[in-house]
Ligand binder design. Structure first.
Ligand code: SAH
Ligand code: SF4
Ligand code: F3S
Length: 435
């Protein structure tokens, strides 16, 4: 296969960071088949759409993108079109029925079958949940130099069954990867220039080792890797914030002072209807304990407004919780009913009301985000430089708190982690100088 001119693969990734990680792994698997990546669909021999099913709009993007690919496929019938990710898992062969130009449909737990599917040696639709870990069968990453910040999936799937959410159905039951495999992959990344790793999982802090170790123990092990300067993780469930993890925030300098902890609502009634299994008060007490362990931690979250049954009082309780916590940033979404989930079919909040609530919540969260960013001015923070900035001699990197920081530093190379004094705050970034 290697004696032919390489074929070109175009991948488009929607959705969460785990899809970003999976796309990279699929590119590596297809690399072993002689495919190189291109960033132009027009040049590609194969187009792979790695999809998201979380909200209706996300899922519908697949079909509008497929519509745009139709002329390409018409001109070059040998162009292969594959659909991967959570829509592939949720809709399976229905995708080919609705869009016959699609050649392959592969769910997130079946990516190890992708090369055989492309060769025509495995069925064109594969949405099985195999009993083994898919990562055991994916080819190793190729030994290329990597950007300074990388993702590493440690856990996949979810057993929480929040009433609104498709993830337990699209990603399946919770599976933790063994500690030894995670350590080996982390060491390999560091050997290739990575200095910051974000551990990924739909319920990442629910990770547990084969010997019963908790997620805090995994972070302690990772912190022992020479050259791994920063550790982050996402996404966590409040009920899995164990003591060992909170203590890791207290003790481990490599663990960044940043925590994404979705709460979804501040109303106990709605939390119960969502099956989140904790109250607003329990969330607030948890935040107190985390802040006692790591006072400079920045908290971020996710919210859903207009969940079925949400009243004005429920919405007010959400605003109150936001005021009480003070978030560095947060995502907020209007509830989108998803077929197959427990909340599907429940009576909806009127659209205008949900829209107004979303606006109100977002305005509050925007104010908090601005305040959090401005509070960085005058502080000295680590910045991991990633690439040149917009202006000559300028470099841009990420602070401990994930803000983009621009610094005039012509001598600095990507991958350097340096102390920077923050001088000013712009709408979506900070400006600083090396100390
Ligand atoms: N595993 C993560 C979240 C995964 S989905 C967690 O447990 O927090 C990311 C976010 O999308 C969720 O936190 C939620 O705020 C939002 N979301 C999920 N399902 C949704 C739906 N049906 N409608 C609107 N937003 C939704
Ligand atoms: Fe979805 Fe809830 Fe699981 Fe998060 S914890 S992935 S919101 S079911
Ligand atoms: Fe979307 Fe699947 Fe991630 S539904 S958010 S791509 S787990």
């Amino acid at each position: 296969m290697t004696d032919q001119t390489p074929k070109k693969l175009f991948i488009k990734t929607y959705g969460c960071q785990m899809n970003v990680y999976d796309s990279q792994r699929m590119a590596e698997a297809m690399g072993a088949e002689g495919y190189v990546q291109t960033d132009r669909a027009e040049d590609a021999d194969m187009v792979l759409l790695n999809t998201c099913h979380i909200r209706e709009k996300a899922a519908e993007k697949l079909y509008s993108d497929l519509g745009r690919l139709r002329p390409l496929k018409g001109a070059r019938p040998d162009l292969k079109i594959g659909v991967a990710g959570c829509v592939a898992q949720a809709e399976g062969e229905e995708i080919i029925r609705r869009a016959p130009l699609v050649d392959l449909v592969v769910g997130p737990q079946s990516y190890h079958n992708l090369p055989a599917m492309v060769r025509g040696e495995a069925p064109a639709v594969n949405t099985e949940f195999p009993p083994e870990d898919k990562f055991d069968h994916l080819p190793q990453r190729r030994a290329t130099r990597r950007a300074p910040a990388a993702f590493l999936t440690v856990q996949e799937g979810c057993d929480k069954f929040c009433a609104f959410c498709v993830v337990p159905y699209t990603r399946g039951a919770e599976v933790s990867r063994p500690m030894a495999r995670i350590m080996a992959e982390a060491r390999d990344l560091v050997a290739r220039g990575v200095r910051e790793i974000t551990l990924l999982g739909q319920n990442v802090n629910g990770w547990h080792g084969e010997g019963g170790e908790g997620f805090g123990a995994l972070i302690r092990q990772l912190a022992g890797i020479e050259g791994l300067d920063r550790i982050r993780y996402t996404t966590s469930h409040p009920n899995d914030m164990g003591d060992d993890l909170i203590e890791a925030h207290r003790d481990i300098p490599q663990l960044m002072p940043y925590l994404h902890l979705p709460v979804q609502s501040g109303s106990d009634r709605i939390l119960k209807a969502m099956n989140r299994k904790h109250t607003a008060e329990q969330y607030l007490r948890l935040i107190d304990r985390i802040r006692a362990a790591r006072p400079d931690i920045m908290l971020t979250s996710d919210f859903i407004v207009g969940f079925p049954g949400e009243s004005d009082q429920d919405h007010a309780a959400t605003l109150r919780l936001v005021e009480q916590v003070g978030f560095g940033t947060a995502f907020s979404f209007k509830y989108s009913p998803r077929p197959g989930t427990p909340a599907f079919g429940r009576e909806m909040v009127a659209d205008e009301i949900a829209d107004a609530r979303l606006q109100e919540l977002q305005a509050l969260l925007d104010r908090q985000q601005k305040a959090a960013q401005e509070s960085m001015v005058g502080r000295t923070l680590g910045v991991l430089f990633e690439k040149p900035g917009r202006m000559p001699g300028q470099m841009v990197g990420k602070s401990d708190y994930l803000h983009s920081v621009f610094v005039h530093a012509p001598e600095v190379a990507p991958g350097e982690l340096l102390q920077v004094r923050i001088k000013a705050s712009a709408p979506n970034s900070l400006e600083g100088e090396l100390v």
